[in-house]
Design a protein around this ligand. Structure first.
Ligand SMILES: NC(=O)c1ccc[n+]([C@@H]2O[C@H](COP(=O)([O-])OP(=O)(O)OC[C@H]3O[C@@H](n4cnc5c(N)ncnc54)[C@H](OP(=O)(O)O)[C@@H]3O)[C@@H](O)[C@H]2O)c1
Length: 251
């Protein structure tokens, strides 16, 4: 798969799945735009991408802030004059709570603003450029949007990912006549910082017990799928959701 000179925006590139995807795109020849808030972590990923010798851009931005979203697209186009691939990866868990949670609306607003509203906004801003380049979009969803959990529910997170799946289908249908593909990837548990960052006292590793294959994924496994869907090998694929969950949905 070659992404030589393709311009790829990866939101949430400072950590986990986004970092692995950004480095992989860079290794395949892309000019990658690394988006995140944590400058120290962005710098680490930048150093890895820079080893490939391909051009890159770091945009420190909070995707949930409208001006920051505009900055991501403007700085990308100012530097590279085009956008080929948008990976809407930035996402958060705020806390593991359900409808009985004390802060149900605050958690809902926070999660939806990052996991869904920001994706709608950034996609809206990027689409004119993706139509010009006949590019494509990959949204990072989750099996959490397709199953219910009796214990430790993350209600807002699950809703955000279920909505993201339908966003993917709707936008894929709208943009297909314009030659833009839109797909999503839905991981099960992956070893990243997501639960630590939320302060949730659950280890990703412990989730191996609740999936059929008895293992959790590395971020690179998800990055490999993202690259496949973004590549010309996936030319016939749009409006699809690819699950990589170690059999979580079988349970
Ligand atoms: N890990 C899993 O088990 C799992 C399973 C299914 C789906 N996913 C999904 O995979 C995606 C990546 O998560 P991850 O597991 O790789 O977690 P992670 O290691 O915590 O990475 C999350 C990334 O999102 C960025 N981010 C969060 N809020 C942001 C904001 N407001 N503005 C800009 N960047 C923001 C973070 O960057 P900064 O901190 O620098 O802002 C970080 O780079 C998420 O959409 C998540 O829902 C993860």
């Amino acid at each position: 798969m070659s992404f030589v000179k393709k311009v790829v925006i990866v939101t949430g590139a400072s950590s986990g799945i986004g970092a692995a995807a950004a480095i992989s795109f860079s290794k395949e020849g892309a000019n990658v735009v690394l988006v995140g808030r944590n400058e120290y972590k962005l710098q680490k990923v930048k150093e890895e991408c820079a080893k490939t010798g391909n051009d890159l851009l770091v945009v420190k931005a909070d995707v949930s802030k409208e001006q920051d979203a505009e900055k991501i697209i403007k700085e990308t186009v100012d530097k590279f004059n085009k956008i080929d691939i948008l990976v809407n990866n930035a996402g958060i868990v705020v806390e593991m709570s359900g409808i009985l949670g004390d802060k149900v609306l605050a958690v809902y607003d926070s999660v939806m603003n990052t996991n869904l509203r920001a994706v709608v906004h950034i996609t809206h801003l990027a689409v004119p450029y993706l139509i010009k380049s006949k590019g494509n979009i990959i949204n990072i969803s989750s099996v959490a949007g397709k199953m219910t959990m009796k214990t430790a529910p993350a209600l807002a997170y699950s809703i955000s990912k279920a909505a993201l799946d339908h966003f993917t289908r709707c936008v894929a249908a709208e943009l297909a006549p314009r030659g833009v593909r839109v797909n999503s990837v839905s991981p099960g548990p992956v070893k990243t910082d997501i639960l630590d960052s939320a302060g949730v006292p659950i280890s990703i590793e412990s989730m191996a017990e609740i999936v059929a294959l008895g293992r959790v994924s590395e971020a690179q496994e998800v990055a490999d799928l993202i690259l496949f869907l973004a590549s010309d090998k996936a030319i016939a694929i749009t409006g699809s959701d690819y699950v990589t969950d170690n059999g979580a949905l079988l349970k």
